[in-house]
Design a binder for this molecule. Structure first.
Ligand code: KG4
Ligand code: ZN
Length: 355
């Protein structure tokens, strides 16, 4: 294969149907169709609804991505797909499409890890200097909250910690709901928090006590925080107006504080002066500002890819496969399925063993 493979990536692990095309490390197209609006009335992603939406969106998204990249299917060197982690039914739609495409085209197929894909997104940022290793990575979205130590994108990703209950974005969505704000809650809370006082209510910082450091130093927990917000709201005198801005600002401060504190603690302990941020919650300006400010004070460089590459997308999946190809890795054999709990250490699934 040529040095700069042309790869089409398919991402369907949650509510975004993402099709991306890359050549080597160059982004050619990043098409995203989201079913978020269809989930809004349920207050969260409904797996069955997401899977059906992927079925409808895939074909037009593939065509749009090819047109934008000005390439034909026959030009592709490989197809890539997310095989996990994520919603099983949603993943299966993308995997089925990717297998069909690879078989019909006679091209290799790379089944890859969604979380590692989030890190690979950084490589496509044409403005940024090359990604250096090792780096700590904090991935925060509606589906995951993970702290990783990345020594090499294609061969060595270690899970330092993850959420033991809700994901950070999920916490934003749930707290928004109890404050009467619509889904998705992240942007709503962010907006409400702008005029609030983050120090007005001291909400708990999950898994941050000295006694948590032994077993859960790098793990996160947001369900206690959500309950604390609910209880605080309930305890207001009857008829009193809830100070939504102050509650939102104080809640956001708690989430941001825990995320940044644990990420920088990992940087210090592993002596890694680099932190990569990814996932849809990175859209939160307060999170970015606090991370940049505290990292600067700690001598840590922060990398934040453009938001269109931080949220779920197919380009990051294509980018990861492209890295695997350039590292000389064999494609996946076609027997793999969807793995909703695929561990982050498994960067590629079912790499074919040469005969
Ligand atoms: O990565 P993403 O687009 O999809 C996945 O969940 O995988 O992330 C969506 C999540 C939602 O939970 C949404 O509420 C949250 O990211 N989010 C935010 C903000 N914008 C989106 N959370 C906090 N602040 C924001 N500005
Ligand atoms: Zn994601």
């Amino acid at each position: 294969m040529n040095r700069e493979p042309l790869v089409l990536g398919i991402e369907t692990s949650c509510d975004e149907t993402g099709i991306g095309i890359v050549r080597g490390r160059t982004l050619l197209s990043n098409t995203i169709a989201s079913s978020m609006d269809e989930h809004a009335r349920y207050g969260g992603v409904v797996p069955e609804v997401a899977a059906r939406a992927h079925l409808e969106a895939l074909q037009p998204a593939i065509e749009a991505a090819l047109a934008e990249a000005r390439v034909a299917l026959s030009d592709l060197d490989a197809v890539a797909v997310t095989s996990g982690p994520g919603l099983a039914g949603a993943l299966m739609v993308g995997i089925g499409a990717a297998k069909a495409l690879a078989v019909a085209l006679g091209k290799p197929l790379y089944a890859v890890n969604h979380l590692v894909g989030h890190i690979a997104a950084d490589i496509l940022d044409a403005e940024a200097p090359p990604l250096e290793y090792p780096t700590v990575a904090l991935l925060v979205s509606g589906g995951h909250t993970s702290l990783l130590l990345v020594r090499d994108l294609t061969s060595d990703v270690e899970l330092l910690g993850e959420t033991v209950d809700d994901a950070a974005g999920e916490a934003f969505d749930k707290v928004a709901r109890l404050l009467g704000l619509p889904y998705p809650g992240g942007p709503q809370i962010d907006r409400a928090a702008a005029s609030g006082d983050p120090a007005s209510i001291r909400f708990p910082r999950g898994l941050s006590r000295a006694s948590d450091m032994d077993k859960h130093r790098y793990d996160f927990s947001f369900s206690g925080l959500k309950t604390a917000v609910a209880r605080w709201v309930e305890q207001q005198p009857e008829g009193a107006e809830i100070p939504v801005a102050d509650v939102a600002a104080s809640f956001r401060e708690s989430v941001v504080d825990v995320l940044v504190t644990k990420a920088l603690d990992a940087c210090a302990r592993y002596e890694v002066p680099r932190l990569l941020l990814g996932g849809g919650v990175i859209a939160n300006r307060r999170l970015r500002d606090v991370a940049l400010e505290r990292a600067d004070a700690a001598g840590v460089t922060v990398r934040i890819p453009p938001l269109s590459l931080c949220t779920d997308n197919g380009a990051m999946i294509a980018a990861l496969a492209s890295e695997l190809i350039m590292a000389g890795r064999a494609p996946s054999s076609l027997g793999f399925g969807a793995d909703s709990t695929l561990p982050v250490t498994q960067i590629q699934v079912d790499e074919a063993v040469p005969a």
